[in-house]
Write a protein that binds this ligand. Structure first.
Ligand code: GMT
Length: 377
């Protein structure tokens, strides 16, 4: 198949998922065309089946707000026509689903019919999408998509709760390239971070408010009083300065490290003992799944779709949003009992394997085939 993929090219989970999906489809022989405003972060190696088309948004003195959606829809049309694409798969509804609808309508006028598949990822529904500034357009374009998928059962339910959606939303959960995360720890790297054999606790996110990174610091403060440990903060974003301020105020700077955005997550996860995810909401929590695939148990909130991947008392522990005490007690319990920690590490790997890329990509392929059959009949 010749597939167009539209996503955000940044470090966000939806872009990561879309890029990994495109790469996996290309490995299976499909021709994949990424249409984004920047090269997606995880699209660094050459693959003969992958094409990248940049969306350029011209500036003009009249435009206080450059019309990205118009440029995107026009680029979609151009790429679809010139590469004879079979279908378009857009990730994150805002504004990709409405741009996809616009492209589809333009092409229909030219006699080309192309299915548009929309994958909902999380904040496109729960935060941005349901804001009344966007809601009518999001509702319309979701309903006009030929197929809709959501990355968790929770997100499917949230979508039905917040929007009038008449179509079936198929749940296709996030996946992980299991092989990639089965890496041996690099001892020298571990020694740099934890020179005296301290435990390594980690958090990775885009440091948005919804991640509650302040809670990560508070939990770590409690952990470090009981278990010699270090905290690695991976990623960057608006709340990073606040987290750094907290670490200074609490006198924890020697034990906390902000390593910024990292592409080699597997190397960092390989030396980590515990992953903290304190979000107010996660439709799924891809970062937690990647941690589990690397054999790192997870202490998380029970928000959104997190209970669908982090199994209480098996792969980690879950607490209510903001419940620092419960989450830190669970973390201390795990980190101070080597036998229990090892058991949870094994459980995490075993559970993550269910979300292996090889199990999930065929579900997308089947969906594409179904849509192509429907449009051709
Ligand atoms: O987590 C973020 O803020 C980024 C966001 C995105 O769309 O890029 O991630 C969402 O999509 C991921 C991939 O499907 C999910 O694993 C994340 O849970 C989801 N984030 C939220 O729902 C907050």
């Amino acid at each position: 198949m010749r597939i167009g993929i539209v996503c955000y090219p940044t470090f966000g989970g939806s872009g990561v998922l879309a890029t990994e999906l495109g790469k996996a489809l290309a490995d299976k022989g499909h021709q994949v065309h990424f249409i984004t405003y920047q090269q997606p972060v995880r699209l660094s190696e050459f693959n003969a089946n992958i094409y990248y088309h940049e969306v350029l948004v011209p500036t003009y003195p009249l435009f206080d707000y450059p019309p990205y959606e118009t440029a995107l829809a026009s680029t979609m049309v151009d790429v679809i026509v010139n590469n004879n694409l079979d279908l378009l798969h857009v990730h994150y509804a805002v504004p990709h689903a409405s741009a996809g609808y616009m492209a589809k309508m333009i092409l229909a006028k030219q006699g080309k019919h192309i299915p548009v598949i929309t994958t909902l990822h999380g904040t496109d529904i729960t935060l941005v999408g349901k804001d009344k500034t966007f809601a009518p357009v999001v509702t319309f374009s979701i309903n006009e998509s030929d197929a809709i998928t959501a990355v968790s059962e929770n997100l499917r339910d949230e979508t039905y709760k917040n929007f009038v959606v008449e179509k079936e939303i198929q749940v296709i959960q996030n996946f992980v390239d299991f092989k990639r995360f089965r890496k041996k720890p690099i001892d020298a790297f571990r020694r740099v971070i934890a020179p005296n054999g301290e435990k390594i606790v980690m958090h990775a996110s885009n440091f948005r408010k919804i991640k509650r990174v302040g809670d990560v610091v508070k939990i770590f403060e409690k952990i470090s009083k009981k278990v010699p440990s270090k905290l690695l903060f991976v990623g960057d974003g608006p709340e990073r300065a606040m987290a750094e301020g907290m670490c200074r105020d609490l006198g924890l700077c020697d034990d906390m490290r902000f390593v910024g955005r990292q592409e080699q997550m597997e190397d960092i996860l390989a030396i980590s003992d515990l992953f903290l995810l304190t979000s107010e909401y996660e439709s799924f929590g891809l970062a937690a799944l990647e941690a589990m695939a690397a054999g790192v148990p997870v202490i998380s909130t029970n928000a959104g779709g997190l209970p669908e991947i982090n199994v209480e008392g098996v792969t980690g522990f879950l607490g209510n949003i903001g419940d620092i005490d419960t989450m830190s007690e669970a973390a201390i319990k795990l980190l101070s009992n080597p036998h229990l920690l090892q058991q949870f590490k094994t459980n995490a790997v075993n559970h993550a394997e269910k979300f292996d890329i090889d199990n999930v990509v065929p579900i997308y392929e089947e969906l594409y085939m179904k849509q192509l059959e429907a449009i051709n009949n």
